[in-house]
Design a protein. Structure first.
Length: 237
């Protein structure tokens, strides 16, 4: 088993790369798309789904590649990640997400410190975030139960799809939501909308834990903190 320090570093670095891809691709798309918002969204979607698959393949054997507080919370609820470790994962993910946003700003020579002005609020947006997170967790648990090696590709494809079928463009991740409030670019969300998004995401995750336990059964108590000891590529998120 990798040390806790290595696992936390993997969560920090992986989440930083994820946010650099999300925000950076949005900035690049806006520069090149000539005002076509649908094209900007498409150009933001593809790198996000692609980098998720890559990052899960790279960091999965070390930390489980959660990169998402909702995923870490779900595995803690299921007894597969000790609560103190889950809290440490979440802290590393949030810090990594902010660093990734700052890295994107620096690469595109934008001001480092920003706050988004993009309003994302309303019942449709909140429901979209609950649905997006619920679907993400079901994707992870379902693949983990039968075909764990498919998780990197399934997660990447799910997020690619959810960008388009949800009204919110599928943040599905509290760390991503917090960090994107610090970027006044295409991927941003105004800080006032962050709390409601996170509440919706956590609600979706909790429901997914319950449904997954019913569909595929509860994990045994000896599965431990990182399922990589049993199957090298789970859990992911």
């Amino acid at each position: 088993m990798p040390t806790l320090t290595r696992r936390l570093f993997a969560e920090w670095l992986g989440t930083a790369f994820l946010l650099a891809a999300v925000v950076g691709s949005g900035i690049m798309a806006q520069k090149l798309a000539g005002g076509n918002v649908a094209l900007v969204l498409l150009c933001n979607t593809i790198p996000t789904g692609a980098i998720l698959a890559v990052l899960i393949l790279v960091f999965g054997p070390i930390s489980g590649a959660h990169f998402n507080p909702a995923v870490s919370l779900a595995f803690s609820i299921r007894g597969e990640l000790p609560w103190p470790t889950g809290v440490a994962y979440i802290a590393a993910q949030i810090v990594g997400a902010v660093v990734g946003v700052w890295a994107a700003h620096l690469m595109f020579e934008l001001p480092l410190l920003q706050f988004s002005l993009t309003q994302r609020t309303g019942t449709g947006q909140w429901l979209a975030e609950a649905v997006a997170t619920f679907g993400l967790l079901l994707t992870i648990f379902g693949c983990a139960a039968r075909t764990p090696t498919a998780i990197p590709y399934a997660v990447g494809l799910y997020i690619t799809s959810a960008y388009w079928f949800t009204a919110s463009t599928s943040f599905a991740n509290p760390a991503v939501t917090i960090a994107r409030s610090l970027s006044n670019t295409f991927a941003g969300i105004a800080p006032a909308g962050v709390l409601a998004f996170i509440v919706a995401q956590l609600a979706g995750a909790v429901v997914a834990v319950a449904i997954a336990g019913w569909l595929w059964g509860e994990p045994s108590s000896n599965e431990g903190l990182n399922l990589a000891r049993r199957k090298p590529l789970e859990p992911f998120g």
